[in-house]
Each structure stands twice: as C-alpha cells, then as structure tokens.
Design a protein around this ligand. Sequence first.
Ligand code: PEP
Length: 255
Amino acid sequence: MSKSKKLVVGNWKMNPLTYKEAEDLYLSIWDGVGKCKNVNVAITVPLVFLRGLSLIKKSNVSLGAQDCFPGEIGPFTGAVSVRMIKELGVQFVIIGHSERRAMGDSDQLINEKIKSALLNNLKVVVCVGESIRDESGDYLNFIKNQLITDLSKVKRNLLKNLMVAYEPVWAIGKDALRPAVPEDAVEVAIFIKKVISEIFGRAVGIKVPVIYGGSVDPKNCGNYLHDGVINGFLVGRASLSSEKFLEIIKITDEI
Ligand code: PEP
C-alpha cells in the first residue's frame, strides 16, 4: 500500500456466513479492481476466513483483520494476538472500531493494541468518533480525548503506518441517523490532523491519512473527496456488495 494514494477499506464485520461466500466476494472485488492508479484497496474479513483468503493473495486487494490483542501468546481465552495475525501474512488491522468499543474496549486497551500492532509493522486504521453530535461542539473534545489516550506513548517513528478513520457512531450501520454531511466530516478530519500535530508535531499531523466511515455508498462518496482533505473511506454495508464497493473504488480513483 503506498501512502500518498487514497485508501478504501471494506469492513465485512461478521459476514458472510461461509468461506465459499467470502472467497467469491473477495474474488469478485479483486476482479473488478483492475489497476486503480490512485487508490489502495483493502478488506478486513472475519479471522476464520483470513488464512484461506491470504493464500489466494491477490496483490491489488490487501487483507486485514478487524481487531487484535496486544502481544504474542498467553492466557487470553478467545483472543488472537498481533503476532498471530502477522503470521497470516496480513498487512493491516482495524483497531478501536465503535462496535469493539461497545463490547468493552477502553481507550487504554486500544492504546496497547495500537502500540503492539505498530511495533510488529502492521498498518493500523484507528477508528474515532462521537456517539452524539451536540451543538456546543463537545464532540470535538471527545474525539480529541480519544486520540490523546489511543495514541499515548506511541513511538513517533512508527506513525508512518498509522491511519485514522473518522467514524461518527450515529452515522454507522443500518440504524444510522444519516451519513455525516461532507463539510462536517471534512471539518473533523482537519481537527484530527490538528490534534495529531499538537501531540507529535506538524510534520506528522499533515501526513497522517484520515478516512471517513459511516453509511458511505456509491451515491454519496464523491461528495467527501472534493476538498482533498479526506483520504478515502471505511465502508461497512456497501463492502458486502461487490458492485457497490467497486463503484465506490472507481469514483474514489477518479476524483
Ligand atoms: C462501519 O461500521 O465501519 C461502517 C462504516 O458501516 P456502514 O458503512 O455500514 O455505515
């Protein structure tokens, strides 16, 4: 994955049901991606499918995990470590998705996961975003606090492998209120870069890619890209349809 290109990440979540369906979907996405010039494409799939799909290994669609546990091995029932994910030949991992946070991931645990993944040379997409958008602007403080804890004591030289996904929780999934208004998403993307500049310096802040996630579809995706601030998308539902996902990739590639 080259960093200056835009990035479109599909998050399949706990879908599809069978390996056969996962392979068919992966292959039809790979088939349609062709040679995108301006966009890197990745999909994060359920862990049980990762081994099989990584053996197929299509170079223009990267594979990623949807979560990880810090470290290597140990007494952590049900957990899969960063090192184990690395063993699968996977290049990156999503950390801090709001659905993991709702299952109990604290910012402190997210911080441990990020440090462990970056130390093991995985690319990390860390998700941040507010549950409620209040008129007084408190949501910006909420996002700032998430970033401060999530990125605490992360080594500066590892930040080249960090990407941030702005995912307002109210805009995600089938119960979403609505997608974020593009101007609002751009405003928060600039804010995220500013906070990262404050923590790690301007050189890091301006370079860190910020992508948007929340009810992205082929109809709305182009509207987020015109200012050149948002560097791509994290796509949930629409990544389960190869037609819709490929259309999003095509539009992103062309803008
Ligand atoms: C997500 O859960 O990360 C997401 C963006 O979902 P959706 O696109 O379905 O809103």
